[in-house]
Write a protein that binds this ligand. Structure first.
Ligand code: CA
Length: 514
């Protein structure tokens, strides 16, 4: 039964059969390509049909059941549903972590965040946690001639040392790890500072009213309020630069669209990290009350509008066929707790029967599937195979996949946990899965091997005590028990032992890909 653990996964460096198929597809559509290239005489590097634009849309706190194409009925997501219908919908895709910062770290670097201390949820005063010069997704794509942009939530720290000084040139930041253009919400919507950053500077900052942050002030304290909403950390100063909460989606979407318009003639990579649907949930008035699942449902529909605007500009500029669009979430869905610290915008009551994580157990932060199994839809007409895929994939795979798409060899020391999932996108993974295993990261580590899942006991940092793991872990058969209702650890100690040992090897080895 563990034969699958031994079979070699797709070698992430060797151009797989799927690439050869892509090359064939390029020949088949060659006539169209030639006419397209001729129609764009200004494009000095005539676009290779196998080298698409990449648009990675990372929503925040969207659950497995939040989109129509994943079963939602009280929330309408026609644009994301259209993307799924025209592309591939994955049913076993995972965020690298059950919370925000470690997911984003892993997405950018191809390294599981739990390998690196200091990658937990960051305050708005944190320094940059990605080493400048490291091979990240945008740095890799720049090597292939891409123009790279990040629009939206960063939450990976800014500046060389904490506390970040927001009043001058803010660096290092995204520009120093590979992005040409930067428009940021620096930390989270519910953390200070509540200002935009463009490239290296806060937008609209009055030098006479400098920004200072006090993270000893907790959310809910009278001094924690910005724009009438309690935040984590007090913001002093920067009044002229404050964002307007109900305009966050509009601002980010317009910046994403503008980036695409500006760089339409060259291959580009856009990392569009939305604030929706994280708290505070403050939809624009035109979305308020439009869903049947309360404000939380309304902001899902606002997110769907943002995705629709991106699809629209790709259509309008004739780029849809040359663009791989992916939409997913940074962790599983969650409802608000009823407390003074929270904006009460998504509760069991307001959800009105909507199951934000579908049939899954657990929420954001949990080692159960509801923590990291998220929607993932991808479209690249003529390449990504339309339909549904049960392949096990993860956002940490973006680095190796971007390397494969652009014909680059990933250096051995880069992206130690990143597998090339291009075969899964192309529907060319039937004989051999891209991933044999995946580590799910929450307050405990869990290991997936196929549809089996082992959850180590205790906090993640203590899980290396493998003996204890064997004694106390949890084991689930997701093929027959997706809701993780029956712990089989006591019945199948051998499988527990093997999976615990593999998890230990992955931890100790410092890498999990070949
Ligand atoms: Ca999140």
């Amino acid at each position: 039964m563990f034969a699958t653990m031994i079979r070699r996964p797709h070698n992430s460096l060797r151009p797989p059969r799927s690439m050869r198929r892509a090359a064939m597809a390029a020949i088949v559509v060659g006539c169209g390509l030639v006419s397209w290239a001729l129609a764009a005489p200004n494009n000095e590097t005539a676009r290779d049909v196998g080298r698409p634009n990449l648009v990675f849309i990372l929503a925040d706190d969207i659950g497995y059941g939040d989109f129509g194409c994943y079963g939602a009925t009280k929330i309408k997501t026609p644009n994301i549903d259209r993307l799924a219908a025209e592309g591939r919908r994955f049913t076993d895709a995972h965020s690298p972590s059950a919370v925000c910062t470690p997911t984003r770290y892993a997405l950018m670097t191809g390294e599981y965040a739990w390998r690196k201390p200091g990658t937990g949820i960051l305050p708005g005063t944190a320094a940059l946690i990605i080493e400048p010069g490291r091979l990240t997704v945008p740095a890799l794509l720049k090597r292939a001639g891409y123009t790279t942009g990040v629009v939206g939530k960063w939450h990976l720290g800014l500046g060389a040392a904490s506390p970040t000084d927001y009043n001058g040139v803010i660096q290092p930041g995204p520009r120093e790890v590979g992005f040409d253009y930067v428009w940021l919400l620096p930390a989270t919507g519910d953390r200070t500072p509540c200002v935009w950053i463009e490239n290296h500077r806060v937008v609209g900052l009055d030098p006479a009213d400098p920004i200072r942050l006090d993270y000893s002030i907790e959310r809910g304290h009278p001094l924690s309020y910005v724009n009438g909403i309690p935040r984590i950390g007090r913001q002093i100063g920067g009044k002229a630069a404050l964002w307007k909460d109900d305009e966050i989606a509009d601002v980010l979407t317009s910046k994403a669209v503008a980036f695409i318009e500006k760089h339409k003639d060259r291959p580009f990579f856009l990392y569009f990290a939305t604030h929706d649907i994280h708290v505070p949930r403050v939809p624009h008035a035109r979305f308020r009350g439009t869903s049947r699942a309360g404000v939380r449902g309304d902001v899902v529909q606002e997110l769907d509008w943002s995705v629709g605007e991106v699809l629209k500009v790709l259509d309008r500029l004739g780029l849809a066929d040359h663009t791989l669009v992916m939409v997913t979430s940074d962790n599983g869905g969650v409802l608000d707790t009823n407390g003074p610290d929270h904006v009460n915008s998504g509760t069991v009551e307001t959800n009105n029967g909507h199951l934000h994580n579908g049939p899954l157990r657990g929420n954001k932060g949990s080692p159960y599937e509801g923590g990291t199994r998220v929607p993932f839809v991808a479209r690249w007409p003529g390449h990504v195979k339309p339909g549904t895929s049960a392949a096990l994939i993860c956002h940490v795979d973006l680095l190796a996949t971007a390397a494969a798409i652009t014909g680059q060899t990933l250096p051995h020391d880069a992206g130690p946990d990143s597998f090339n999932i291009l075969p899964a996108l192309l529907g060319d993974d039937r004989d051999r899965p891209c991933r044999e295993h995946l580590v799910e990261h929450a307050n405990r580590l869990a290991l997936r091997v196929g549809t089996w899942k082992y959850i180590a006991p205790g906090p993640a940092r203590k899980a290396k005590r493998a003996k204890r793991s064997v004694e106390n872990g949890e084991l689930y058969d997701l093929a027959n028990d997706l809701g993780e209702t029956t712990n089989l650890a006591a019945q199948q100690p051998e499988r527990v032992e093997q999976m615990a040992a593999l998890l230990q090897r992955i931890r100790a080895g410092g890498r999990s890909r070949p």
